[in-house]
Design a protein around this ligand. Structure first.
Ligand code: ATP
Ligand code: MG
Length: 448
């Protein structure tokens, strides 16, 4: 049953070659069933018992080969999505054009994809034709499925039949050599999907693989194609780049391959014009802290991450507005809004993250205040902790705020004592409330 997996051989790549199969037998590789999720094994065996081809594929095989722990296990098969659904009660089909089966086991989802060829479907085919078109043009052989993947390391198939690995693209050797190599002509593959440039940087950071010279070469040239990618997809990709425990390496990779100016145009420009390198040091320190938190299984937040990555842009916008004579509170709000708005052109940062991000920036000036009421108000602000952590991080760039950091470190634990010693240290300091005009304006800004 299922689709024939021995379809006629035809040239699958425009350049170098036909896909030639190498089989790596069980005794020649280290992928063991012990390291595969029991649920994935269940799916593989059930497909196999029902007469279908069943393979573990993609990132999981690659990660197991280098001794890693895959975070998810994907399965590829010649069974159609409907046939897969017929085999599992806990199965739902997702996606319209490329239907995938999700087999759900509590919190674990095993994604089961039918082998697929790379032919694009015409978007205006009639609905009733879709099924036929899908069968004819999207589903494919295992060889076609292999060559439509991105990197050779991601195109290995672990067979549940004999526990061998099927390699149509030389991926096994590349994994051993720890190199990321695009399948086919790199420029064509990037033009097909520019996000592959980010995937190259991300996977090389995550796996500690080098990017093959021919795969790396076109990236700076084609970097601007990323502007055509969907901003929501770029947001997701950014989270994977920076919140998976390899943020520093990812950032350095984006710099090396000249992708940073495309992803974060204003921040990259601000970093370039910051001659002392202080802001770049701060960003790298913040990313290193993020990596440490991920390693310790502590939570990390997209708001804080983007506050960090876009801080150089915010500082620059703020300095320009103030140089133009805009007063401080007004300039802060406008700089925050402007920088956020411009960044949205590239990366769709949802409001639930962009608003807290802006609060982290806008709270920074309030750390210089020592009046009792203001101190207590800031301490109870929902974003206090994030903003304080950000203030601490700013020490990497400048020592200017060391006094503030010390005051607020103390104030978190002993607010009364902190305020009293601040008052004693500066008895002439302004103790009354600021003019009401200013407070009103800040509130209006925050509500925008
Ligand atoms: P990770 O460990 O980060 O999940 P991954 O390689 O598993 O890495 P996924 O995004 O989960 O990445 O994709 C699963 C598989 O789908 C990949 O291994 C690859 O074979 C294929 N794939 C993913 N994105 C692309 C793409 N843009 N172009 C071609 N193939 C892709
Ligand atoms: Mg994956």
């Amino acid at each position: 049953m299922g689709l024939p997996s021995t379809s006629r051989r035809r040239p699958l790549m425009t350049d170098d070659s036909d896909a030639a199969l190498t089989i790596i037998p069980r005794d020649a590789h280290n992928v063991s069933r012990r390291d595969i999720s029991p649920n994935a094994l269940r799916v593989l065996y059930r497909l196999r018992e029902s007469g279908f081809g069943a393979y573990l594929v993609g990132g999981a095989v690659r990660d197991l080969l280098i001794g890693g722990h895959p975070k998810d296990f994907d399965v590829a098969t010649d069974a159609t999505p409907e046939q897969v659904r017929g085999l599992f009660r806990n199965c739902r089909l997702i996606g319209r054009r490329f239907r995938l089966a999700h087999v759900v086991f509590g919190r674990e989802i095993i994604e089961v994809a039918t082998f697929r060829a790379n032919q694009p479907v015409d978007d205006d085919v009639e609905a009733h034709e879709v099924e036929q078109v899908v069968r004819d043009n999207i589903f494919g052989s295992i060889e076609e499925d292999a060559v439509r993947r991105d990197f050779t390391a991601n195109a290995l198939y672990y067979s549940i039949e004999d526990f061998s690995i099927r390699d149509y693209v030389g991926g096994f050797e590349d994994v051993q050599a720890r190199v990321l190599k695009l399948i086919g002509d790199p420029e064509r593959r990037y033009r097909e999907d520019p996000v592959r440039m980010l995937r190259a940087v991300r996977l090389s950071a995550k796996l500690d693989f080098t990017i093959d010279a021919a795969t790396a070469e076109p990236i700076p040239r084609l970097a601007s194609l990323l502007r055509e990618a969907a901003p929501a997809r770029l947001f997701e990709e950014c989270l994977k780049l920076f919140l998976s425990g390899h943020a520093v390496q990812s950032f350095l990779g984006l710099e090396t391959h000249e992708l940073l100016p495309v992803l974060f145009p204003e921040a990259a420009a601000a970093l370039r014009s910051n001659r002392s390198g202080a802001l770049r040091r701060m960003v790298l320190k913040g990313l290193a802290d993020t990596d440490a938190r991920v390693a310790a299984d502590e939570p990390v937040s997209p708001s804080f991450l983007f506050a960090l990555l876009m801080w150089p842009a915010y500082c620059r916008a703020l300095a320009r507005l103030q140089a133009d004579g805009v007063n401080a509170p007004e300039a802060q709000q406008r700089a925050a809004d402007r920088v956020t708005l411009h960044q949205m052109d590239v990366i769709a940062l949802p409001r639930r993250f962009s608003l807290p991000m802006q609060e982290i920036w806008l709270l920074q000036t309030r750390f210089s205040q020592r009046q009792r009421r203001r101190v207590f108000r800031l301490l109870s602000h929902p974003r206090f902790r994030a903003a304080y952590d950000f203030l601490v991080l700013r020490l990497t760039a400048s020592d200017e705020h060391r006094g503030d950091v010390e005051f607020w470190r103390e104030a978190q634990h002993h607010p009364d004592a902190a305020v009293e010693s601040a008052e004693a240290a500066a008895p002439d300091a302004e103790t009354s409330e600021r003019p009401r005009r200013r407070r009103r304006r800040r509130r209006a800004g925050g509500a925008e």
